[in-house]
Write a protein of this length. Structure first.
Length: 282
């Protein structure tokens, strides 16, 4: 059992530079609030494996794409699993935590996702398009993403990549969940400015869409971000399901909504370190 004040190792790269986002501001805010409830230590992701012992849980937050240190990340995962250290989000995630294979799996299962294949020879299975998005199967943060015309597709798809039709959309919208509970939604009114976000009033249909992916992932505990695009006909299609270290864009929220998220996050962490199931499992 954890101590009266659980001990958390909070993993973040405060120096990571993300386009249009300041990771460090978000983690400074969150850790300043979590200190009231937990004994908290911060560390860089490259140090997490060496420092995790002696903590009740390791919280992976804005640690940057693990593509920059794949061997160290795999060593961290292996040590955590071998020693039984609790990691938040749990290491059982089936979405971005495990690469982009889930886009293929969800396409095959008929989920409302941007149709995805992994071979130029399978492009006939996609809706007709003049341009295609080609991305690495293990990509993150748009690294390696290219938009290519159909005439050049065969030459652009060497290697381990995924292929999608280029979808024209009205806007992108993200839905944020803690322990399967919806918290808030944000959208980018201008498709050219992905990270200029505003609060979004999600409809019942929107939440039904987003919850399908959270239910499919079946994490139980943790933070998930469902990224979608609104197509020209009004439908939503999944772009990404972030279940490793989703950026939360808390600075785009009004204070009351930000406080509500921190409260939900704190309660989730308390349940997690004590082995208490999340609300949906109760």
């Amino acid at each position: 059992m954890p101590a009266a004040r659980p001990r958390l190792l909070y993993v973040t790269d405060l120096a990571y530079g993300a386009r249009g986002r300041r990771y460090c501001d978000e983690d400074i805010l969150l850790t300043s609030r979590l200190r009231a409830h937990f004994d908290l230590a911060l560390c860089h992701p490259l140090d997490a494996a060496a420092l995790m012992a002696g903590h009740d849980a390791v919280v992976v937050r804005n640690s940057g794409p693990v593509l920059g240190y794949p061997r160290e990340y795999e060593a961290f995962r292996a040590r955590a699993l071998a020693t039984g250290v609790r990691v938040y989000n749990p290491l059982t995630g089936k979405a971005d935590m495990a690469g982009k294979q889930y886009l293929l799996d969800l396409t095959a299962a008929g989920f409302p996702v941007i149709p995805t294949v992994d071979s130029a020879g399978d492009v006939h299975r996609l809706p007709p398009a003049t341009r295609y998005v080609v991305k690495p199967r293990l990509g993150a943060d748009s690294l390696g993403l290219r938009i290519v015309p159909g005439s050049r597709l065969a030459a652009a798809t060497a290697g381990d990549v995924l292929i999608q039709p280029h979808v024209d959309f009205v806007h992108e919208v993200s839905f944020y969940f803690v322990d399967d509970d919806f918290q808030y939604a944000l959208y980018a009114p201008d498709p050219r400015r992905r990270w200029e976000l505003r609060p979004y009033a999600a409809t019942a249909a929107d939440l039904e869409f987003a919850r399908r992916f959270v239910d499919w992932n079946d994490l139980g505990h943790g933070i998930q971000r469902v990224d979608a695009c609104r197509t020209l006909d009004g439908a939503l299609l999944l772009v990404e399901l972030e279940d490793l270290n989703p950026y939360l864009s808390l600075d785009a929220l009004p204070e009351e909504a930000r406080d509500a998220f921190v409260t939900a996050f704190t309660a989730s962490l308390n349940r997690f370190v004590r082995g208490v199931p999340g609300p949906a499992a109760g």
